[in-house]
Design a protein around this ligand. Structure first.
Ligand SMILES: [Zn+2]
Ligand SMILES: [Zn+2]
Length: 256
């Protein structure tokens, strides 16, 4: 059974055919989907969808590109939403220096605030980091504690970054990018144990081959698992089983 630990399934991209997209999950044997929040509204939306489908879970998060307008009230709301029974992690949170208008001090402050919320609720975190490895590690190290754990979503680093994440108690989540011709993710996957890996689509973005360029959806996560199996010389069932177990453990869900 396959796992998509990061699918923006409540985004408007699926408004016209969401129930069909969800129906395809069963066909493709995808048995666990985690839908992240990026701000108060999308966190609420993720929870609403998780209430509708047993095997869909929610994260409550604050994306680094969404920190501009955040208020103290918003933090209180996010804190309250974390108590919902289908919320399995704080995410996505992190740093993103890609855009020229990135408010870096505010991103740092919000990242720390959300890490502290996760520790207080004893929940794992799902981290988004883009062009910001040094500061991401610095903050993760400074905020590290015995119950800080989680996943590096849409992993974009090399073997060195991956090993640092593992040492901090984080899993490496492999996106569809691994199926792209020039991707260096196969090297990362080859260097790590299968137990250290998770799979995701980050849909609606970044559809894997052979769907590249189309709208992505969680059922395409099978392509990510296939590629991992090929790189590691493992049976696809072994990859699916191991990743499922890792995800179920990290997010403390029991569905099979
Ligand atoms: Zn992200
Ligand atoms: Zn995302």
């Amino acid at each position: 059974m396959f796992v998509d630990i990061h699918a923006h399934l409540s985004f408007a991209d699926y408004d016209a055919d969401r129930s069909d997209v969800v129906a395809r999950l069963k066909e493709q044997r995808v048995s666990l989907v985690v839908n992240p929040g990026t701000n108060v509204q999308t966190s609420r939306d993720a929870i609403a969808l998780a209430e509708q489908y047993e095997f869909v879970y929610a994260n409550v998060g604050l994306h680094p590109n969404d920190v501009h307008q955040i208020t103290d009230d918003d933090f209180h709301t996010l804190d309250a939403l974390l108590a919902h029974q289908k919320v399995v992690a704080v995410g996505e949170i992190g740093l993103d220096y890609h855009y020229p208008d990135a408010n870096i001090p505010k991103q740092h402050q919000c990242f720390r605030e959300m890490l502290r919320l996760a520790k207080r609720h004893d929940l794992p975190v799902v981290i988004h980091t883009r062009e910001a490895w040094d500061d991401t590690f610095k903050i993760m190290q400074e905020e590290s504690s015995s119950n800080l754990r989680g996943a590096m979503h849409c992993f974009s680093g090399g073997v060195e970054e991956a090993k640092k994440c593992l040492a901090l108690g984080f899993k490496i989540s492999i996106p569809g990018i691994i199926t792209f011709k020039k991707s260096t993710l196969p090297d990362v996957v080859a260097a790590l144990d299968i137990e250290d890996l998770l799979t995701e689509t980050d849909c609606p973005y970044l559809a894997p081959a052979p769907h590249r360029g189309k709208r992505n959806e969680p059922s395409f996560v099978v392509e990510v698992a296939k590629k991992i199996a090929a790189v590691k010389g493992l049976a696809i069932e072994t990859v699916a089983e191991t990743v499922h177990q890792s995800a179920a453990e990290l997010f403390a869900v029991s569905q099979k």
